[in-house]
Design a protein around this ligand. Sequence first.
Ligand SMILES: Nc1ncnc2c1ncn2[C@@H]1O[C@H](COP(=O)(O)OP(=O)(O)OP(=O)(O)O)[C@@H](O)[C@H]1O
Length: 558
Amino acid sequence: MAVDDGGRVAYAQLTGKLKPQLLQALESSGFTHMTPVQEKVLQLPSLTQDCLVQAKTGTGKTLAFLLPALQKLLEVKDLDRSSVGLLVLAPTRELAQQIVDECDKLTSACNPPLECHIAVGGSKRKFHMDKFLKKSPAILVATPGRLIDYLTEDAARQKFAKIRCVVLDEADRMLDAGFAPALRQILEQIPSKAQAGWQGMCFSATVPPEIQKMLPMVLNKDHVRISTIDENEVPTVETVPQRVYPVPSVDDILPTLHSVLSCAKADNPALKAVIFCSTARHAGLLYHIFGHSGEAAPPKLPVFQMQSRMSQTQRTRTVEEFKATDRGLLFASDVVGRGMDFPDIDLVVQVGVPSEKDQYVHRVGRTGRAGKGGKAVMILAPEEMWFVKSNPEFPIKNEGPFNHPKAATYPSAAIIQSALAKVPQQTKEQAYIGNLGFIKSLMKRYGLHPAGVVELANRFAQSFGCDSIPVLSPMLVGKMGLRGVPGLVVEGKGLVAGPPPGSDAAGPPRDKRGPRGKNGGFRTTEGRRPDGPRRRQNQAREDSGKQGEEPSRKRAKR
Ligand SMILES: Nc1ncnc2c1ncn2[C@@H]1O[C@H](COP(=O)(O)OP(=O)(O)OP(=O)(O)O)[C@@H](O)[C@H]1O
């Protein structure tokens, strides 16, 4: 049948336009009909045009760029397979690996084979580099940092002499201020578009206006723009109901998260959920509370964590396990916020606000993939509700605090307290530092002055079960731009005194509860040594702002 019940066109229609090897691989993978974005791309009069493609999360953009790119390579007579013909750039290692897996499936029927190589940080550089130099990397999927590293070697640079196609997956991320310098550096090292005439393709679910001026880096001025999203439509998945559960104060966040997960598990014993946290350390803390040491997770649900502070081996194993499991909870930072295709996610929970507006769309998009259903909820403290108010275009329903018939059956507050008691202080302190940096990076959006940032972070620390305000090194405080801000406890100096929280100098009062005394209700830890300035400094950099993704900024400056 050429068209299925949903009006989708069969891949068989592309006989003659796509090589039989590709059609055969599609059939073997069970892909019989095109998704709308695949149809729009593959039915272009020419598959060799530069294009900017926007389609919602989970709608098959990976095949939509791989198929035309592979077709292009397979059409070349006597293709030199020892040179890179197709370069795909992605923002995270896990996404790069996922693209390699998808590509390998599509080229499985090619003879001679089309090898797809990977170049990502955290993996064995020498092993992959030797393979890249000695074998036939007709396709390379890379994250920017490691690719820049490769390109410092002449032999590796020469491998790009016959480049024919460059794809940016998650293009808006690849072209933003964090990655653009690295991308520029890469493009300076490979044959120029003008000289080599390579095809450029940019794909993403979100295309903010800011990236327009960066597009000429990879797309010619006559590029085609394809969108499966109406101009005035928000790119979230309509099959995913989205709710916010406001909580009375930061202290209620963790108990509410416990109630939400317990009730979801009661409704669906095989619950598979991703819980997005503000920072890598925040994800680590919640993983401890709900799984590793605290065991607050509903029984019989395996618990996973995924964040940039884990070793690459742990990250790779976790992705494989969470892809394979039919149930479980994944506590994650934004390292898996974009592009990752974990099958059959029932629920996405966002604990706190995302670092950027568009990141909301990508996080929600981990569920409701390939036309399936799912739910997305946010748990927000009063200080975080600005996110919902300032983004009215998102279909986020506010029906008040979490209210489920079974919620009262779980003593969530007591369970969280007891779980927190088992979590190492250091884990809680690190989560505090991460949160402090995160709130500071979004200070204007929160409508806070620095003292308000510290006051809010200190209340978070208490909700995390810190027994006192964690001590920061003077260097870290300086790096965060918080020198002299009241409410901090600084190594060798103790509590920085100042106006009480809630006063004008501390920023607009967001919480009606009175201050907890001069130290927010904590005892001070004057004289206690932090775990080392360098670690704190690095942590602040990676744990704030766009956390969890490839640390390309650092590498780009090399
Ligand atoms: N033609 C198809 N028929 C059925 N399933 C498909 C088809 N194309 C892709 N899929 C499946 O849809 C899921 C989502 O695909 P993919 O990861 O490419 O989405 P995406 O649009 O890139 O999402 P994101 O924006 O989150 O990166 C995958 O599991 C993929 O195997």
